[in-house]
Design a binder for this molecule. Structure first.
Ligand code: ADP
Ligand code: ZN
Ligand code: ZN
Length: 855
């Protein structure tokens, strides 16, 4: 072998994608196309008797097996994943115990990742017989008739298409026997990618200008001046244009028809070409370009440090902790600017686009035509287009939810994770169960990119990283007074007195403002005073005042866990497990309370164990109830609801948001969704209907999550010179979470929470792996969980995992999902990953490493 030949790879390690088989296999590269192979390419390879898709992960010197098959063909010359992404996939697979193939598949757009299938068709002899009107079988069975009729009617079909046409029929056996008798044929196939670029037909000038001029007068027969004018106009236009012109434009502009076009083509003056076009979902959005303001001194200080990261190539992520309205987004925008100036690209992650339209719009205004937006309402085609543009570096920025981390940018320079504490960055529903925050940190470090994690309420684990110095902690402690210009206009136009004496000097360049004051209202006292409404007297008053001033209010309802716990309406006492301190969950059908952490159970008490009151019950208030109670109180009020029900429709989030911000409603009533990103000048009152409901979920992060959502919601008020206030209704006013949220005291919350985590052995002090088994039969779910837990206990002992403990097995909090019973085991310890990696329970189990939610 000559030295030169050695540079060309001989073998490829490929992640193949076959249903239920996601494995890595070695192949050899056929001589003819060996030079064309690249890392990350999508190729077709033989697998058993089928042809399947795979992604090239590496070019090993020697294959891992003695006999290799040849790669069949390259499906797409441009790699579908970058080398950096392959490393990211490997990292995710190792850290989350997910199969590498599944992880890679999550990186390429749906539809591009078609899987192998078998195609069925009538055999040529059968086709002849049918043409002659003859029967294929003397006495066909019903299942044979069904399948044959389908193939006669629809022609060749893939297995998955037949599955859809004949649901719940075991047709494959029938197909097998028909194939053996030569009546039908089967063949493995690889379906074409279901998403393809969209093409547009355009007309291009190809002739020689002189000859074209010469023909100008004779483009139509004599006596047809209109046709002549159309053809002359078209010809002139395409001659002037360097580029081809869409046929639709020509039809539109000159009223031309296909005959006109054909004439030009026949005379050798033009040709039709197909040009790929982009489906741009944001094309209709009106964006006003904006320039960057000067940074405030606090922003300047933060920026200085981030700049160092850009210059020196920092490997540590920045944790940007700043209250809502403190100017974090402005820092992100600066960082993006810096990235683009360096010729690199940026990924900006936001919890959910529909909930953060203002953030997205700001990126688009600052960087017109450079932003690609990914969100849940895009069609696969639109998604594919954005992905393609990013892959070629034709976009500078992608803004999107957690999946945006998989954008295949050629030269990644920045990853921003906004509201980095948000649970939506974790993929809990399907495998791979990755956390986009952890992925961002790894991917940025591995790509030499800067990583900025921003939050008003960092989760305790993140804040702890900042404290220990593994991350660089940056603070923006003060709120910037926004909307001064727009509100000033309003002040001049109307005659209400908003009481803004603090901010008289509106011409000053920049003002800082206080966070809104928070009033804690004890709902037990309301009940004692005879007020049974869901609104305290104070909230009633404030709502009326706000409306009288022609301003707006938000009413927030924490739906999380509101229906499942039992608490006393007189003293606020919530029933907790005597062993675990977590709330007991009501299982109303069994009249029982259960601890889902340790399995403790007791009956539902008739009276409060603490104060003896009979008014102990479980709770559940919906937005609809709040709305009708509000209308009873203030008959003229114009309301909008923002919850799961009102946002099912496409575009609903934007609509609600637009209506409320243009003041077509006075009060917005909503759940968790409205905690994010809203920045509205006229909102001067935020009412939290019941602050403590989320506190009682049996999850070690229940307190943290409640603190976060309360802080976020409170942050919606008082963002303009009009000021604002928050009313927080609770049955548990002394709880440290309520106290800390009311005082905007993150530090206090953090200290208390950290202490509790240390005492009870939770993250950041220990790591958790959650293992879940599902089964239609509750007994067998319980049994499987028991068997594995017993084995785990043995390994913990024999392999010296000293500080590692099991919690459970117990039924999961939502003990039954889609007809299947869920049992779970939590493994807590300094390094449970090492234990489970060696003793994985198998593909039947759901394994989650450090999940943010353990319900
Ligand atoms: P956050 O992302 O922390 O909520 P923003 O970046 O949205 O904060 O800033 C809050 C408000 O202050 C916004 O209306 C923004 O336009 C404005 N703002 C931020 N930075 C500046 C600045 N340096 N000069 C003037 N206004 C600013
Ligand atoms: Zn317990
Ligand atoms: Zn009580």
């Amino acid at each position: 072998m000559s030295f030169e030949n050695r540079k060309t790879p001989l073998f490829a390690r490929i992640a193949v994608n076959v249903p239920h088989v996601q494995g890595i296999f070695d192949y050899h590269l056929p001589d003819e196309i060996r030079d064309d192979f690249k890392l990350g390419q999508l190729v077709e390879v033989p697998f058993g008797k089928q042809s399947v898709q795979g992604i090239i992960l590496a070019f090993p010197e020697k294959p891992g097996v003695t006999q290799t098959k040849a790669v069949r063909k390259i499906l797409d010359p441009t790699p579908v994943v970058t080398p950096g992404q392959i490393e990211l996939a490997q990292h995710i697979a190792e850290e989350t115990l997910s199969p590498l193939g599944v992880t890679l598949q999550a990186m390429v757009p749906v539809g591009l990742s078609v899987q192998a299938d078998t195609q069925y068709r009538l055999s040529p002899t059968s086709a002849e017989l049918i043409k002659d009107g003859q029967a294929l079988l003397p006495e066909p069975s019903p299942s044979q008739t069904r399948l044959l009729d389908l193939l006669i009617k629809r022609g060749p079909l893939r297995g998955r298409q037949i599955d859809r046409a004949l649901p719940q029929k075991n047709w494959r056996k029938t197909a097998g026997s028909l194939a053996r008798r030569g009546i039908i044929e089967s063949q493995s196939t690889l379906a074409d990618p279901s998403v393809k670029p969209k093409y547009e037909r355009q007309l291009q000038f190809i002739g020689d200008p002189d000859s074209a001029q010469g023909q100008m007068g004779v483009l139509a027969r004599k006596g047809y001046p209109e046709a002549l004018a159309r053809r002359q106009g078209t010809l002139k236009l395409i001659m002037e244009q360097d580029d081809s012109v869409p046929l639709s434009v020509i039809y539109d502009k000159f009223g031309a028809n296909l005959n006109d076009i054909k004439t030009l083509i026949k005379r050798g003056l033009a040709e039709i070409i197909e040009v790929p076009v982009l489906r741009d979902p944001l094309a209709d959005l009106v964006i006003t370009p904006q320039s960057a303001p000067d940074l405030t001194p606090a922003q300047q200080a933060v920026w200085q440090l981030i700049m160092e990261g850009f210059q020196k190539g920092s490997s540590k992520p920045y944790l940007l902790h700043g209250v809502t309205g403190s100017g974090k987004t402005e820092i992100y925008l600066r960082a993006v600017e810096e990235t683009i100036a360096a010729g690199k690209q940026a990924i900006v992650m936001v919890p959910e686009i529909a909930l953060t339209p203002q953030t997205v719009t700001r990126f688009m205004s600052r960087f017109p035509d450079q932003v690609g937006v990914l969100h849940s309402e895009l069609s696969p085609g639109e998604r594919y287009d954005t992905w393609r543009l990013a892959r070629h570096g034709a976009l500078d920025i992608v803004v999107g939810p957690r999946s945006a981390i998989f954008t295949p940018f050629p030269d990644l320079g920045l990853i921003v994770v906004d509201e980095c504490h948000d649970d939506s960055y974790y993929q809990g529903d399907i495998s791979p169960h990755y956390h986009a925050l952890h992925s961002a940190i790894f991917h940025a470090r591995n790509s030499g990119a800067v990583c900025i994690l921003g939050s008003a309420t960092p989760d305790v684990t993140s804040r702890h990283q900042g404290e220990r110095g593994s991350w660089i902690y940056l603070a923006l402690p003060e709120r910037i007074l926004a909307h001064r210009k727009s509100i000033q206009v309003q002040l001049n136009q109307t005659d209400f007195d908003p009481g803004i004496s603090r901010y008289q000097d509106l011409d000053e360049d920049l003002l800082m403002t206080d966070l809104p004051s928070v009033n804690v209202v004890d709902m037990r006292r309301e009940l004692k005073a005879g007020n049974r409404s869901i609104f305290s007297r104070e909230l009633q008053e404030k709502l009326a005042e706000t409306l009288a001033r022609n301003q707006q209010a938000i009413l927030f309802l924490n739906r999380r866990g509101s229906a499942t716990y039992i608490f006393c309406r007189d003293c606020g006492y919530a029933l907790r497990c005597p062993r675990c301190e977590t709330s007991l969950t009501a299982h109303l059908s069994d009249h029982e309370l259960r601890c889902h952490l340790c399995g403790y159970r007791r009956n539902i008490p008739k009276s409060c164990p603490k104060c003896g009151s009979q008014r102990i019950r479980h709770l559940g208030t919906g937005t609809q109830q709040v709305e009708s109670a509000l209308k009873e109180l203030l008959p003229d009020v114009r309301t909008l609801r923002w919850d799961r029900d009102t946002t099912r429709k496409k575009g609903a989030h934007w609509e609600i948001m637009a209506k409320f911000s243009s003041h077509q409603a006075d009060v917005l009533i909503g759940t968790q969704m409205l905690a994010k990103g809203l920045d509205l000048p006229l909102v001067t009152l935020v009412g939290v209907v019941l602050a403590d409901s989320g506190l009682n979920l049996p999850d070690f992060r229940a307190a943290e999550r409640t603190f976060q959502v309360l802080t976020q919601v409170a942050g919606r008020a008082g963002r303009s010179p009009l000021g604002g206030e928050v009313i927080l209704q609770t049955f548990d006013p002394d709880h440290y979470v309520i106290q800390a949220a009311a005082g905007h005291d993150y530090a206090d919350f953090y200290q208390q929470e950290l202490k509790y985590r240390r005492e009870l052995g939770y993250p950041p002090f220990l790591k958790i792996i959650r293992l879940e088994i599902r089964d239609k039969n509750p007994k067998s779910a319980e049994k499987k969980a028991g068997v594995y837990a017993a084995a785990l206990k043995g390994w913990i002992r024999t392999e010296g995992f000293r500080s590692t403990n099991l919690v459970g097995p117990t039924p999961a909090y939502f003990s039954k999902i889609r007809g299947e019973w869920r049992w779970q085991i939590l493994v807590k310890g300094p390094n449970p990953l090492a234990l489970i990696r060696d003793h994985h329970p198998g593909p039947e189990w759901i394994v989650e490493v450090d999940p943010p939610v353990i319900l």
